[in-house]
Ligand binder design. Sequence first.
Ligand SMILES: Cc1cc2nc3c(=O)[nH]c(=O)nc-3n(C[C@H](O)[C@H](O)[C@H](O)COP(=O)(O)OP(=O)(O)OC[C@H]3O[C@@H](n4cnc5c(N)ncnc54)[C@H](O)[C@@H]3O)c2cc1C
Length: 409
Amino acid sequence: MDFAIEETEEQKKFRAEVRAFLEKNMPGGMEHHVDPVDQPREQYELRRELGRRLGKKGWLYPNFPKEYGGSDMSADNVMVLSEELAAVGSALPPYYDSGARMGAPTILVWGTEEHKKRFLPMMFRGDIRTWQLLSEPGAGSDLAGIKTTAIRDGDHYVVNGQKMWVGSAHGADYAWTILVTDPKGERHKNLSWFMIPMNLPGITVQPMDVLATGGEGGAGGGCKNAVFFDNVRVPAENLVGGENNGWKVATTHLEVEHGGTGRLNDRRVIYEFIDFCKETHDGHRIADDPDARAQIAELYIEAEITRLWALRNHWLSHAHKPRSYEGPQYSLRRKLSSLDIAERMLRIAGPYALTTDKRWAPLNAAIEYFQRDAITSLHPGATTDIQKVIMARRMGTGGREREQAGKLK
Ligand SMILES: Cc1cc2nc3c(=O)[nH]c(=O)nc-3n(C[C@H](O)[C@H](O)[C@H](O)COP(=O)(O)OP(=O)(O)OC[C@H]3O[C@@H](n4cnc5c(N)ncnc54)[C@H](O)[C@@H]3O)c2cc1C
């Protein structure tokens, strides 16, 4: 069966337009395959610059409405755009922007018109970078068990507590976060979402030392952080989706985080590795070895199945088709297939897959990063166990009623 997609004349034209745009607008000096944990500041700034250039055309968050700075772009053209960015070693968005990637679709569903006008254009133009702040030292899988409070005081909420495992290197302008607004309230009915400017007094960011970060589609996450809130006064109008309505609002955020919209072309390094195996290096071609060829075939199948599921979810959400367990199904698959692929790369490349020594490391050590990332990516955005729990609920196993997928626009 041939899964290749045939492009229409319009899509071919759009691909040429994107290529010409990128030729002209890729900032000079942007390096391919920088380890996101050690991304240098100047590399981050170059990715932000590309983001602003894409944002100017409405291409940074292209599937969002034009009136807020998107392009109302079709599902096919978004795919083309992200393929072309991947081909030049970048991604959509080109930098770690988890708060916008998941916060923007949530604001679109649950925010007021005032929230949409205030928050969406600055994200879509690339003027701000936003982190998502959910996990806490005592609450990861059990998100409803968070303890950081936001207590109303006149026109403000006063925030106290700590978030963990969040963000990236080089800071953020805003935090999209879930907090407890009624500490005595019933579980699930005591939470609210906020967009919080990170420059407010009382916010401290403390970097954590991590192996890898699941760097958001090659865009570069960098380190993770603990964020402390000490009597931070947040304007009341920054609460989005209604006070104590946060668990309902979370269903949209989590639908995106758990893969409900798919993630396009974020593992291009796998295909680059296959090309690497086909090339001659030091007079030797890895693909000439029959064992390596068998591993490459398996690895390719794993990568393609996951890529096609991402495309399916991208299309389902774009076309407003009924959705059920497809998000966690894809997310689980992506996590497990990354581990499988990492193991096969290790079998093929041996110690070369584990070195960061640029003299020996394939693809500027991106394979070594892939090894670390495959392991640490089992955890964020809901662990493999939790993806199975969600799938089971959506399938209605165990005598339960079938749980609905989170609402998307
Ligand atoms: C690289 C990385 C990046 C991250 N990025 C972010 C970020 O940007 N923003 C953010 O807010 N958080 C982030 N996190 C945090 C992440 O969301 C949590 O680590 C994750 O939700 C798991 O929570 P936990 O670490 O508290 O583990 P726990 O929830 O304590 O889980 C421990 C173990 O128990 C299992 N388990 C828990 N509950 C169940 C259950 N009901 N059924 C079956 N098994 C269960 C889990 O699968 C896991 O194996 C990141 C984490 C990592 C490692």
